[in-house]
Design a protein around this ligand. Structure first.
Ligand code: MIC
Ligand code: SF4
Length: 637
């Protein structure tokens, strides 16, 4: 077996491990962050279970850390109290970005992790099988339910050679994105193997598995080997190590080879992570801002590189360089060693250990500005400035731009790569994590006015007439559907309020149109719903009366979120029918429930044609849709 099959088979609850089959796997650990956590815990609470049933559940606060009113603070208090009530470890704001902290302190090789955040596969760098999911799926996992997925294909990514010069782990994943695109990972696990694996440290591996999310992959995973052991030992967690490597004769569904020795520094151009070029081919573009951090590149090793490069240097006066260390552990260590001083004295602005600019929480670039970021996403408008041009690159390429003022080859600006010596022991202070109390029944859940109750949803009718409220093209991301950023994020626990922002940047009349129609349909292109796991991007449309989304294809997490909230995901029987539907067109579905239940052919009666539409739903998913969503379904059980 390969690594993925080993973890899946040791966690299999039902189903057979065959590509395309629905399987259910046991979840050992869960994580949430504050932007998805509030809803996830409200849903967990509605299930009426006294205590989480996982081995370990974590609630991190790292997204909404910019307060311009009471909302975020209310959310954080709610999260803190609900964690204490239900047996969850609480990591308050300032401790760091969930994925970075999880690697440092909680990830365990060969275990499973389900996180209400699409970059949860970061923990695959440690040899965990880690999935991003909607908050409701995470709530179910906390309640002891297994996680359901369609058994993915397993792609062997054969890494050969070793990185040379300034090429970095970020360039490896950018190269894979160039080859495979943002749709190329759907229905697949990327499993890393080959001689190149042992040349990569845990933070490097985590940079790669982190951005597997941008491929649309189900997850990505590295073996757990001596390097993993060494990392855990330095973290004082040797007892958590377990070797996990693929059998010599392990089979895979597909194989690609990446030769690390010939990889050059790469950069992804606006506005899609797969729009990748060689840095050498775009050099000379003037840069206004450089941001270093995010769950992709904010480890101690990344920060030590910054320190070595920036020591006794000043950044270009036309560039704003902002740096967010990934965790309190990283920040503590670079402040004690004096490395932070090298960064600060160069002219950099140091932010708190949080997602920050990655999620549009501050640092929006100037109008039309060019921002180079070591992050993982560059969707239009995500930075907060619609016409900003966000490029994604490695810390080395980012530093070369910060010093020269333009996109430049790291070799040309930075010279020889310094050697980075990692400490034999990381600084550990687990008192920063709030363990649940033994007196859980005494804990009172604190609900400020921003915490709104969950909505009730009706069950599915048999005949449905829906009106086309919106028609969009390919690769619509959840940032298009429901943006993040400082203006919107404070309302993640307030559905009536947050739904007002739905599709705001795509079509400002969407909400009005949806509200004035009783049953709506959205028509989309390929890879509809790519990006974030935020279930608000399915829940808010449902709240606004959307009952069906008809698209050419869907992204995995989004598809699951639609079903969880009782929205029917349909695809075109004939892709060219997409052209025949226009805004405000009505579509009629007769005998919907009967047809779905019996897997018969489904037709949508439109103005000009009756077209065949398809659904691919398991028996469990059908029941959820009929019930009006997963929560209703659970209540009926
Ligand atoms: C993101 O990177 O888009 C986020 C913010 O971390 C999201 C979660 C969210 O929207 O809260 C994600 O990736 O799932
Ligand atoms: Fe936070 Fe950005 Fe990572 Fe999402 S991608 S978890 S917003 S740092």
């Amino acid at each position: 077996m390969n690594v993925s099959q080993k973890i899946i088979s040791s966690h299999l609850v039902s189903g057979t491990i065959k590509t395309g089959n629905e399987i259910a796997i046991k979840i050992d650990q869960t994580l949430t962050q504050d932007a998805t956590g509030t809803l996830s815990y409200l849903q967990f609470e509605a299930m009426g279970i006294p205590k989480v049933k996982t081995k370990l559940s974590l609630s991190y606060v790292d997204h909404n850390t910019l307060q311009s009113g009471f909302e975020n603070a209310d959310d954080h208090k709610f999260l803190q109290s609900i964690a204490a009530k239900y047996g969850i470890i609480f990591s308050p704001a300032g401790n760091g970005i969930c994925h970075q902290v999880h690697l440092e302190r909680f990830g365990v090789p060969s275990e499973t992790l389900l996180g209400a955040d699409s970059h949860t596969p970061t923990a695959g760098g440690l040899g965990m099988l880690a999935f991003g999911a909607g908050g409701l799926d995470v709530a179910c996992a906390m309640a002891g339910e297994p996680f359901y997925i369609t058994m993915p294909q397993i792609v062997k990514v054969n890494l050969v050679g070793s990185l040379k010069g300034w090429s970095s782990a970020k360039d490896i994943i950018l190269e894979i994105l160039r080859l495979k695109t943002v749709k190329g990972g759907r229905g697949k696990i990327f499993e890393f193997a080959g001689g190149g694996v042992k040349t990569l440290s845990i933070p490097q591996r985590a940079t790669i598995t982190n951005m597997g999310a941008e491929l649309g992959a189900t997850t990505s995973v590295f073996p757990s080997d001596e390097i993993t052991k060494d990392f855990l030992k330095r973290q004082g967690r040797l007892k958590d190590w377990k070797q996990l490597i693929a059998d010599k004769d392990a089979a895979y569904d597909e194989e690609i080879t990446i030769n690390l020795s010939v990889l050059e520094p790469l950069i992804s151009l606006p506005h899609s992570p797969d729009n990748v070029r060689k840095v050498a081919d775009v050099k000379g573009v003037k840069v206004d801002q450089v941001c270093i951090g995010s769950c992709t590149n904010s480890s101690l090793a990344d920060m030590l590189l910054l320190s070595k490069v920036l020591k006794n240097k000043k950044i270009n006066k036309n560039v704003s360089l902002v740096v967010s260390p990934g965790s309190r552990q990283v920040l503590s260590m670079i402040s004690e060693s004096g490395d932070l001083a090298n960064i600060v004295k160069s002219g950099a602005r140091v932010l708190e250990c949080a997602c920050g600019p990655c999620i549009g929480m501050g640092q929006s670039p100037k109008s039309g500005g060019v921002s180079l970021r070591t992050f993982n996403r560059s969707f239009e408008g995500r930075s907060g400035t619609k016409d900003a041009k966000v490029f994604l690159c490695s810390p080395a390429t980012a530093l070369a731009a910060a010093l020269s003022g333009e996109i430049s080859s790291p070799q040309a600006v930075l010279g020889k790569k310094p050697t980075i010596k990692m400490p034999s022991k990381f600084y550990v202070d687990d008192l920063q994590f709030q363990k649940p109390t033994s007196k859980r029944d005494k804990v009172e859940i604190i609900r400020g006015p921003n915490i709104k109750p969950l909505p009730e949803f009706a069950t599915l009718e048999d005949n449905l007439i829906v009106k086309t409220i919106l028609k969009v093209g390919d690769n619509i991301s959840t940032d298009h559907i429901l943006p993040a950023g400082a203006k919107v994020l404070p309302f993640r626990s307030n559905l009536p309020k947050i739904s007002e922002f739905t599709f705001g940047a795509v079509d400002k009349d969407f909400v009005l149109r949806a509200k004035s129609t009783s049953n709506g349909i959205i028509v989309g292109g390929e890879n509809y719903g790519q990006g974030s796991s935020r279930e608000h991007a399915a829940l808010a449309p449902r709240f606004l009366g959307i009952r069906v989304v008809l698209a050419k294809s869907f992204a995995r997490i989004y598809l699951a979120n639609l079903i969880n909230f009782g929205i029917i995901p349909l695809t075109f029987g004939d892709g060219s029918d997409y052209e025949l539907i226009n805004l405000n067109d009505e579509l009629e579905f007769d005998n919907l429930k009967k047809i779905i239940a019996s897997n018969s052919e489904l037709f949508a009666k439109g103005a000009s044609k009756t077209m065949k539409v398809c659904f691919d739903l398991t028996a469990r998913q059908k029941e959820m849709i009929f019930a009006g969503g997963l929560l209703n379904w659970i209540k009926t059980r």
